[in-house]
Each structure stands twice: as structure tokens, then as C-alpha cells.
Design a protein. Sequence first.
Length: 378
Amino acid sequence: MLEIIIDTIKQSPNQCITFADYMNLVLYHPEHGYYSSGKVNIGSEGDFFTASSLGSDFGELLAEQFVEMLEILNFSDSFSLVEVGAGSGDLAADILNYLKEKYPNVYYQINYIIIEESQALIKEQQNKLKEFDKITWTSWQEIPNNSITGCIFSNELIDAFPVHQVTKQNKQLKEIYVTWEDEQLKEKLEEILTPELLDYFKLIDIDITKDNYPENYRNEVNLKALNWLTIVSEKLKKGYVLTIDYGYDASKYYHPQRYQGTLNCYYKHRHHHNPYVNLGKQDLTAHVDFTAIEKQGNLLGLETVGLTQQGLFLMALGLGDRLAELSNGNYSLPEIFQRRDALHQLINPTGLGGFKVLIQSKKIDNNQSLKGLKEDLM
């Protein structure tokens, strides 16, 4: 991986690459990238865990929200669930098993589409989901524009997109590049050569060159998230975009006190802040700027239905009822403790429960609020 990075740097103008290009290499290089190499291990023994790692409840409650969306669309014959970045396939299995058991008419009506870039993860997903004949694996390029009616959704996807890094130097905005000097990877500050970075800060109405931001203030900019949303809006004919991830609105994300940004590295359930070690073997993530996602969506014809926290979202969809069921005598004591712990982790406001859930819509008449948005933060 290091040889690939050095070679890329040497072939680049000014002998340096953007941090986004660096992050893209270590995460998504076809052979040696973290997500492409088949080394990703999700769960208690891996580098990180997701909501679907804790059991089937997360996927089942999401399925309840999808059923309501289908009802609003008057049980459209072409209703599709498009999962972008399906990880190990656990979430898809939980959703489909639940629909098949509780809503068989919905199960047989929907199309389930997975968009996944990693060939290693596709193999894992196909092995795990081989009992379902409802699933199609495809790419954005193979989906015609304005062809999807239904819901395009993702869980902890955008946080793994490569991000640019910027910093304040002498009241000016600079971009952070990666270069190779003295036999090591080093950061280098250059003028803004990516004009989209300036457009981004105009979009969210933030100026980090102001006096209230300290010298050497640095943070991330996720331009790929905006490009991704553009593709999503082009493919969606009618329906919803549901995004679950950790993040903030722009005023909190780019708060002067958050002067080191949000970039985190995860390696075997330990997190640190050095992206230049464990190359291709650790996860790199940055929080999501939900203000940018909302504003870009508005420009693309996606109306914000609501923004809430995952804990509130899941409670509104019935997680509280599941907690209450633990006292009905149908569970052994160890089962009660195990399920209670898993359910509480899903709604813990300092953990998964503090994740944001953003729902946007396109061409939905009388854009009514959804069951999961009962406690809307907007």
C-alpha cells in the first residue's frame, strides 16, 4: 500500500496529492484498500460494529418504516429498496426476513437492490443472502435515471467517503496535501486548487477564516457526499432517501472549538488520530455535515421530510414495545439481559442512539411526516 501511495505522489503535479485522494487509496484501492481487500471485520471482534451487529431489531424496525413509505406511495408496483453499502449483509437479511414473516404481501412486491463497490463484500453478501431471490447487485451506472420508485437508504456510508482537509493559515483557507519527504509521509499546505471547496463553504454559510476561528484550525470537507447525493437524486423517480450516520449540523461541525476536525481511525476497536499508519488495514472516518446534505438535496429537488436522532427514530417505530415485552415471561434471565443491553445500545444517546436519521423525499404529494420522525429535531 505504501509503494502505491508513493508512486501516486511521484506521478502527481507538485509531488503531492489531496488528503481525499490519499484516503481513497487506503480505503478503496481495488487490491489493497481497507474496504476492498476483504479484511473488513464488522462486529464485536472486528475494527468497529454497526447497529445491525447487535441483532435483528434495527433492521426490523427499519422495515416498519419502509412499509409505511410503501403505503404512502399507494403500494406502487415497482417499489424498490436500494441499500447503498450493505456491509456484511446482516441488515438486508434482517429486513427481508422480517418482511417475509410479517408483511408477506410487501415482501413479494418489493425489489431489493444492493449497490456495493467492494467485490470482497459482494461475495460475502451473496453467500449470506443466497436464500433470498429478491436481491439484485448492481452499480449506479447500470441504473437508468428516474427509474427508482421507493427508498434509497444507507447506514454508516457517508462517514467512510474520502474527505478533503482544510486549515486556516494567516486568515486564509489552505488545503492539506500528502507528500513523501525524508522517507516518510508528510502533510503539506497549499493554496486551494479545488474550487468546489470554496463553493461548499458558501453552501453551508460558514467562513473559517474569520477571527473567531483559531490559527491552524483544521477540519474536513466531504465533497463526495454531495456528488453521491447528485447521483441518488438522478436515479430516484419518486420516493425517499434515508440516511443514517453520525454527524452534526454545520454550525456544530465547524464550531471554532472543534479545531482538529472529526477524522478518526479505527483499528481493532481502538480509535486514534493517525491516518498514516496501518495503511489499508484500518478504517478512516469523518462525521457527516447534515446541513450540507440537506441544502444540496434542496438544490437537487429533494425535500427534507425530517431529521431526528436514531434513538428517537427507533423508539417511534416500536423499540419501546420490544423493551416492554422483556417482562412478559417469555425470556430467560440471560436472554433478558442480552436483549435489553442490545436494545439500549441502539438508543443510547452517547452512542448509536445519537446518530442522525435524515429522510428526504422526491415528488411525494402532501409530504406528510413519517412514523419514525415523530420526534423531529427540526
